[in-house]
Design a protein around this ligand. Structure first.
Ligand code: ZN
Ligand code: ZN
Ligand code: ZN
Length: 274
């Protein structure tokens, strides 16, 4: 399985509009963060390993390409990472930074000649239907086309092309949202609390992408010290922080994080082997 961090930034993105701070003016590409999203590609494991060990630059073909959220920056993320397929979309919640790129999936409908299944909890589905009424209650005239989607309510673990997806209930302030676990990998964005009942769902995870907005506390996101504590309790081998705001410079912050914990960045690719 291969996980690509498409966007590692908070809702404003980094640089933030009109900001002249050191991080927003940084020339380090890792300080340039688009809105949060990842792509999970389930690959033929043997092929991926073989090609990697042979030093081949060409990655194994995905057998299932799963997009998590459709960020505001989806089009640029798809171009930057040359995403050729989207077989399914998982939604964590319906905040604007996680859904406003939905219209761009039209291109995948066109290329794949098919409808794309979307998975979300009941509240997120209701919000999607309201916020994208032109998709779900389309007008008669279909000028430029609209996304062709089928929607499924998440009520527990399910499989996509033979891959088990485990939804992990989290709290984002008072808002219930979903993280996702696939094998030994977990994506836990937009959260500042993992409820007691969700910890067992994360038993044995080895690679985690976790919300860590900034050093200072926030009402709906983990701070860096809180996220470090979560990472240590999870016992993950590697933790990558995401949903990062302009308070955190990539290199400066990484220099002070404990071993096994670092900031994610746009374009980061993780190979996950079970
Ligand atoms: Zn967000
Ligand atoms: Zn700034
Ligand atoms: Zn959010």
């Amino acid at each position: 399985m291969r996980v690509t961090v498409l966007g590692s930034g908070t809702s404003h993105g980094v640089p933030s509009i009109g900001c002249d701070c050191e991080v927003c003016r940084s020339t380090d590409p890792k300080d340039h963060r688009t809105r949060p999203s990842i792509l999970i590609e389930v690959t033929d494991g043997d092929t991926a390993l073989a090609r990697r060990s042979a030093g081949g630059a060409k990655a194994a073909a995905a057998v299932q390409s799963i997009l998590v959220d459709t960020s505001t920056d989806l089009r640029m993320q798809a171009l930057a990472n040359d995403i050729k397929r989207v077989d399914a979309i998982l939604f964590t919640h319906s905040h604007a930074d996680h859904i406003f790129g939905l219209d761009d999936v039209r291109r995948y409908n066109q290329m794949q000649q098919g409808v794309i299944p979307c998975y979300a909890d009941a509240d997120t589905l209701a919000s999607l239907k309201r916020m994208f009424s032109y998709v779900f209650e389309p007008p008669k005239q279909r000028g430029g086309g609209i996304p062709q989607l089928s929607i499924f309510r998440i009520a527990g673990p399910f499989t996509l092309g033979g891959v088990e997806i485990v939804p992990v209930p989290l709290f984002h302030g008072h808002l219930p949202v979903l993280g996702f676990r696939v094998g030994t990998f977990a994506y836990l964005t937009d959260c500042n609390r993992i409820p007691d009942e969700s910890w067992p769902l994360l038993d044995g995870v080895r690679i985690v992408i976790l919300d860590a907005l900034r050093h200072r506390p926030h009402s709906t996101h983990f701070s860096v010290p809180e996220a470090i504590a979560v990472s240590q309790r999870l016992g993950a081998e590697r933790t990558y922080f995401t949903h990062i705001c302009h308070d955190l410079g990539h290199a400066q912050t990484n220099a002070h994080l404990p071993p096994g914990i670092e900031l994610a960045y746009d374009g980061l690719v993780l190979e996950v082997h079970d």
